[in-house]
Design a binder for this molecule. Structure first.
Ligand code: SF4
Length: 206
């Protein structure tokens, strides 16, 4: 049976106590993807973005995408976003360590987009988010990656679910539903956010 991760997300969201919203660590791959996800999150969760992307091995590109994430945080916290946040949006940055990514991708450099290299890449980043969330007492963790039509939401959710613990739950999602990807394009244009044309690693992939 296929799990409907979008329905699971909506069920969890509808049960949230908004006077005491769950602390959610949202792994963020880039600002454009974050826009459509935040639209569905900030009115119900206490969201902290976690920028941990060792796959973006080019330091200048990594910085550029981080700058756009900072810009988006400012937009949300200034009340200029389409959804008003229950709590101010926070941002945590994990320093770039491209060697960790290269070690993870070793031997898989020639894999196609969506193959084993990408699985390893997801495991690295979601693992980093889980570690941070656990150490800092978050209730849930999730990722913006499910908004992309190029990313396998089922796989991302399976990895997330395999990492959850009794005290730290994975928030399932399929943010590409409800026209999420097109929403991210619209919102990026509206807020003047840079949209990159490649996924991040030097081995290809959009
Ligand atoms: S194509 Fe994207 S998801 Fe796949 S390994 Fe490269 S950066 Fe990671």
């Amino acid at each position: 049976m296929n799990t409907n991760f979008d329905r699971d997300f909506e069920e969890i969201k509808s049960g949230v106590n908004k006077t005491q919203p769950p602390r959610l660590l949202l792994h963020v791959c880039c600002a454009p993807c974050a826009t459509a996800c935040l639209l569905r999150l900030v009115d119900s969760f206490d969201v902290t973005l976690y920028y941990a992307n060792d796959n973006i091995t080019d330091g200048a590109e990594w910085e550029k995408r981080l700058g756009e994430v900072r810009k988006l945080v400012q937009i949300v916290n200034d009340g200029k976003f389409e959804a008003q946040p229950l709590r101010p949006l926070n941002l945590i940055v994990q320093d770039l360590d491209a060697q960790r990514y290269y070690a993870q991708a070793k031997g898989l450099e020639k894999e196609k987009e969506g193959g084993t290299r990408c699985t390893k890449c997801f495991e690295l980043r979601l693992g980093d988010a889980k570690t941070y969330a656990e150490r800092h007492g978050f209730d849930m963790f999730a990722t913006t990656l499910t908004v992309s039509p190029y990313k396998n939401s089922k796989l991302l959710n399976e990895i997330g679910l395999s990492l959850q613990t009794d005290s730290l739950k994975w928030l399932p999602s399929d943010f590409k539903k409800h026209d999420g990807y097109n929403e991210s394009i619209r919102l990026s244009a509206k807020y003047g956010l840079y949209r990159q044309h490649y996924c991040g690693c030097p081995f290809g992939g959009v």
